[in-house]
Design a binder for this molecule. Structure first.
Ligand code: NAD
Length: 237
């Protein structure tokens, strides 16, 4: 059975991926940090276990990975999904805001991937999917630190794909457009309507759209180093 770790999986996109992969016969370890109640709901699904860890803290990530390795012997798939966003004028972003954003969205990917890759190299098999954003490709106004963190993910993804390809480890990023999750709960109905209007497919995305893309990437065996952007045609580069 393939073993999957998904970070920040208690809700939103991570939760949808956890559900889809568990229902498809993978063993999923759903990491969460704060949303314990929502994480526990996942236990109703077969093949999911939950593990609390803050992915910005090396010791907590290390313990989580060692736990999974001691129980299952390997990690086949890592999905770096945990993330935060924040809307702020560039001139208002403090050092604290900057460091929190980069730590949560980018350092966590570096740290979690580094803790796991040695085991994947040993197995000569692995699939890593980093959840990026369209803003990492085209940049988002009022989201400079968020966009920088996601552009960093895209660079890391491409470099690591080259380095780990010879070990049969694929590394890709998914860069979603606007997806209906808590991350976008601040958008008004008018703003959502406007976004739909600007999108050629006439709708914003659902977590399930990203889960389908993730499952496809997990099951593929010739795609690596790519940043795939399910976004309804909103951003076409
Ligand atoms: P969300 O806020 O529902 O989910 C983010 C998850 O990350 C939460 O469960 C949160 O608890 C977790 N998390 C945050 N910091 C953590 C930490 N230190 N340790 C462990 N977990 C932590 O939002 P979402 O939309 O599901 O976001 C998932 C990913 O998708 C994020 O990386 C986000 O940047 C990306 N994304 C979302 C959208 C969108 O429109 N919703 C678009 C592009 C990219």
């Amino acid at each position: 059975m393939k073993i999957v770790l998904i970070t920040g999986a208690s809700r939103g996109i991570g939760r949808a991926i956890a559900k889809k992969l568990a229902e498809s016969g993978y063993m999923v370890i759903a990491n969460y940090n704060k949303s314990e109640e929502e994480a526990k709901e996942l236990l109703k699904i077969n093949n999911i276990e939950i593990y609390k860890a803050d992915v910005t803290k090396r010791e907590e990530v290390h313990k989580m990975v060692e736990y999974i390795i001691s129980k299952y012997g390997k990690i086949d798939v890592l999905i770096n999904n945990a993330g935060i966003d924040e809307y702020k004028l560039f001139t208002d972003i403090t050092d604290e805001d900057w460091n929190k954003m980069i730590n949560t969205n980018l350092y966590s990917v570096f740290c979690t991937t580094q803790e796991i890759v040695k085991y994947m190299i040993h197995e000569k098999f692995g699939c890593i999917i980093n959840i990026s954003s369209v803003w990492g490709i085209v940049g988002g106004s009022l989201e400079t630190h968020y966009s920088a963190s996601k552009a960093g993910i895209n660079g890391l993804t491409k470099s690591l794909a080259k380095e780990l390809g010879p070990s049969n480890i694929r590394v890709n990023a998914i860069a979603p457009g606007v997806i209906e999750t808590d991350m976008n709960k601040n958008l008004t109905q008018d703003e959502l309507k406007d976004l739909e209007y600007q999108t050629p497919l006439g709708k914003i995305g659902e977590p399930e759209d990203i889960a389908k893309c993730a499952k496809w990437l997990v099951e593929d065996n010739f795609t690596t180093g790519q940043v795939i952007s399910p976004n309804g045609g909103w951003i076409i580069t």
